[in-house]
Design a protein around this ligand. Sequence first.
Ligand code: 3HC
Length: 697
Amino acid sequence: MNSVVKYTVRDGIAVITINNQPVNALGFDVRDGLINAINAANNNGDVSAILLRAQGRTFPAGADIKEFGLPPRAPSLPDVCNTIENSSKPVVAAIHGTTLGGGFELALAAHYRIAHKDTKVGFPEVNLGLLPGAGGTQRLPRLSGGLPALNLIMTGKQVNAQFALKRNMIDAISEDNLLMVGLKMALKLGQRKTPITATKDRRDGMQDPVSYQKVMRMRRSELPDDGMFVPGKIIDCVEAALLLPFESGLAFEREMFEDCLASEQSKALRHVFIAERKAAKIPELETGTARDVKTVGIVGGGLMGAGIAVVMLTAGMTVKMIERDQESLHLGLSRIKAILDGNLSSGRITKGAHEAQLNHLSGTLDYNDFADVDLAIEAIFEDKTAKENVFKNLNNVLRDDAILATNTSYLDIDELAQTVDRPENVIGLHFFSPAHIMKLLEVVVAGKTSPDVVATGFALAKSIRKIPVRAGVTDGFIGNRIFKAYRAAVEFIVEDGASPYQVDAAMRAFGFKLGPFQVFDLAGLDIAWAQRKRAAATRDPKARYVSFADKICEKNWFGRKTGQGYYTYEKGVQIGKEDPRVLEIIVAERKAQNIQPRAFTDKEIQDRVLAAMINEGARLLDEKIALRPSDIDVVMIHGYGFPRWRGGPMKQADIRGLIYVQSKLRALEKEEPLFWKPSGLIGDLMKNGKGFDALNG
Ligand code: 3HC
């Protein structure tokens, strides 16, 4: 039919094969090819039935996300699904891989669905701020009922073929030769005397309309007040499937889909989907060749070291952990075992995997035992001299091609690299705590790091299922540099008149799960205090310094771990209580600085915080620390709780408009010139009529 849809006739069956790698996304050519192929089959007197299948790793995984936002091109996906459903010859969909979104909608429109036993089906649209827009909300409930349909569409989760069969989402499972089984079924349906009932005319899942509507009411009453509007629309559509004739239901769904597509939430979520994948594309992959990493040595058995060890063991690697004494080693290994035991008891891993992972783990006090590791990661406390000593020890024992990685959050990796004979083997692997849970990995490329070593970092990230982002060397890399600006912005706001509790509430209203002062309490106020003390000697005397945080630390209030920080924490309770004594300290400091407190609106707080983050992000781009704006968004979403549906700070800059951001910065610059001075990059982009997106490539 065309380059991505193949049409052949075999024993009276029209076999339509989609071949649009990598995931057979339903772009224009596929849609066009499918319509032509279905029509050709219907016009061919020798054809009795149609088999719809796909080549490669999966039946279509959905509409082509890259086409969203472009002018629509007919035929649309709903047209294709309707053509399949209205085909005068029965259509059998033979599905495999991850049959998702529009791909699953194609299958639902067919007259019969056979899935390979390893198939997963699902509607991930909600993760893109969308709902199924090609009949999924109307056809699925007709087959499997309101509740299973809602569960699938609202969670975006994939379910396996066995589950899908039980819920009537598919009709059969094929153990192996899907093509042959599909052909057989098509032949059988082609010989039927009576036509098979189309999905649109079925009501299998709607036998009990009273319960169906009760479920809809219940789900609507349970909707969280989190600013997301898609879930409510999904319920409306699934309810419409029961209440409206099929054609009206389809029209209703389409309207809801278009609303979602045009929304800022969906634009932001689609941006993040693309950004997460783009982050893995780095220049070093063009010249570098990844080295094999099978054995990893980890220095330090603290929370971070243990978490990293679990990540490596989970990916099937061998892990050796080194500690300074027997007691610390025992503690480190016990930490790892506790996490692995937890994974076993929660069913995340099997007994066999648990046993294998423990067998792959060993501990040592002797650096000589690291002679055979492919990669050594130092994960000790944040102290330059201590880390340099670790590197010197590693330098003495590692193979020439072994990689030396540091998990430092701030220290200068170029300086660390100078302590070893082969600085080209040195790289930063900045995991986020808890390392076995957080998805982000900043891969920090130092001045002399070789492309092979960078490529290894990215290949490793893929095998341990992390989202890698390339960063250059600077104090705090990408994430902590922006977090520092975030901290400064909120401390200024508090010193100028808002309470930490108002700031937290404003940022939660923006979409963060925790406000900044809650995060400071969680991370430990002493850590930032120590950093401030270290930086005191080199701080620009003209820079504004907010002192209330020091006063709180002087009372030994270090946050959640000490039961007291900006909030008071009762034993066993995670959420802290506001504390008037904290406010008294802040009031006293304002007086000492001669600051007249003023009121802030929540919007003002959010605007200032965003302006600070965006400006710091622009500086990171200007300094070539971050490769592209979307990488910064990925870091802030996966490492710092920036709401995914807001797209990240740089996407927010584009949504708000750079002129808006710049005018805010200019106004703030009058208050504190050093901190708020707009990055030159913002002005440069504006001059060329561009946004940050232009730099995403
Ligand atoms: N459209 C366009 N490109 C897509 C795509 C899609 N729907 N799904 C994946 N891709 C691309 C990725 O961008 C990536 O491209 P790259 O190689 O250039 O980076 C490539 O396919 C491989 O994807 P992954 O790296 O994610 O591969 P994985 O094997 O890890 O995962 C997957 C495969 C599970 C299919 C995953 O890609 C995925 O979840 N895709 C999104 C599925 C989705 O959201 N479908 C619904 C789309 S909306 C829709 O259908 C609307 C309809 O109802 C009208």
